[in-house]
Design a protein around this ligand. Structure first.
Ligand SMILES: [Zn+2]
Length: 165
């Protein structure tokens, strides 16, 4: 592929106008292979990729999209788990005819949703993103706690939350 990389090039202007192109196809391809997740890389190896994600609008948007999909999938699986649990509760409560079959169906749906949730959790970095957000929330909450309560939290846990391990 020898497409012109210059943004002013008229060759791809027609279809390049709306969608930005990757500024470095080699790095872009590697990133795409990782689904734009570099959280598993050692910090000293991330530099180039982080720099590229910062300067390349195309890859940055893709990264946001993929993380959005991951979190969306987990949210969907969680919602579906709740729905199946609710359905199970409703069946137990009202005892409709064929209650047993319906219960099995609801439990099966619940287990399937849980499996999906686990698959997404294992296969994607979404939990890392969620963990980062949770850690940030915990840090903010910790700062707002009154001193006497904060002193009761074990010190190693406090250091972990504030990121000073
Ligand atoms: Zn790129």
């Amino acid at each position: 592929m020898n497409r012109c990389q210059r943004s002013v090039c008229s060759f791809r202007r027609g279809f390049g106008l709306r969608m930005a192109q990757c500024t470095d196809r080699v790095i872009g391809k590697i990133l795409a292979g990782w689904r734009y997740d570099i959280s598993g890389l050692a910090p000293e190896m991330r530099g180039d990729y982080e720099a590229h994600l910062a300067e390349c609008e195309f890859c940055h948007k893709r990264q946001l999209l993929h993380r959005g999909i991951d979190i969306g999938l987990m949210a969907l699986a969680s919602a579906s788990m709740i729905v199946f649990l609710l359905a199970y509760g409703v069946i137990r409560h009202f005892h409709p005819s064929h209650a047993f079959l319906l219960e099995i169906g609801a439990l099966g749906g619940f287990l399937l949703s849980m499996l999906l949730w686990l698959l997404v959790a294992v296969a994607t970095p979404a939990p890392l993103v969620v963990k980062d957000v949770a850690m940030f929330g915990a840090r903010v909450g910790l700062e707002k706690l009154p001193d006497e309560i904060r002193d009761r939290i074990p010190e190693d846990l406090r250091l972990k939350i504030s990121g000073q391990e």
